[in-house]
Write a protein that binds this ligand. Sequence first.
Ligand code: ADP
Ligand code: MG
Length: 237
Amino acid sequence: MSDVILRAQGVGKRFGGFTALQGVDFEVCAGERLGLIGPNGSGKSTFTNCLAGAFPSHDGAFTFKGEALAGLKGHERARRGLARTFQLPRPFRGLSVIENVRVPLAYGARHDATDARAMECLESVELAAKAHRMPKELTQVELRRLELARATALRPDLLIADEAMAGLSHAEVDQILALLFRLNAAGTTIIMIEHVMRAVTEFSQRLAVFVAGRKVADGEPHAVLSMPEVEEAYLGK
Ligand code: ADP
Ligand code: MG
């Protein structure tokens, strides 16, 4: 598999006078499992936000499935098959679990925005039994699974999972990991942003590292992790 599904060229983002991201070049192949790591504040979520269209403007360009993303709004990118989860789960608190999944289905203008399809999404994350509960009744790992169900409801080609495992127990990390492996096996390209090193090394075929808004490494995971600048910037902190 060597078709490039996503290409980022010279991506940069400033917040006022602060440069959060600079000169980031990135390629992701269709079907790939890529890990993206880096210290807190290194620009991983900012990169995700730029890619997903959460910010009106940034430097550089993204090409997704051969199409330039410039000027496309977040929901337009979602319709093209680009999905992301939020680092802090963002369910609609006033909607039940199944209603939360119906929102992206309806928003994505799918003809199959039905209860059956919403249920299928919940089954895929093992949350069907909680379909009619409210988000506040869910545990932390269930909220993470709901976040994944919402992100993958439109069967995205590319999913960016932004710290989907933060704060979870060892067993819960394994549940999310298995879920992401299943999604990938079903054809979804996945970028996993993660601090849980055990999970990211098990999952990733390739590892990229951000430090202070720049990509400092990109390659075979074990080779990347043994680079002195990566050890120093990331693991040694
Ligand atoms: P990471 O996800 O790698 O932890 P972020 O991309 O969230 O890092 O943040 C990178 C830097 O950009 C941080 O210093 C953060 O404070 C800053 N930043 C992120 N989002 C915003 C924003 N909306 N406004 C101002 N500064 C931001
Ligand atoms: Mg982040």
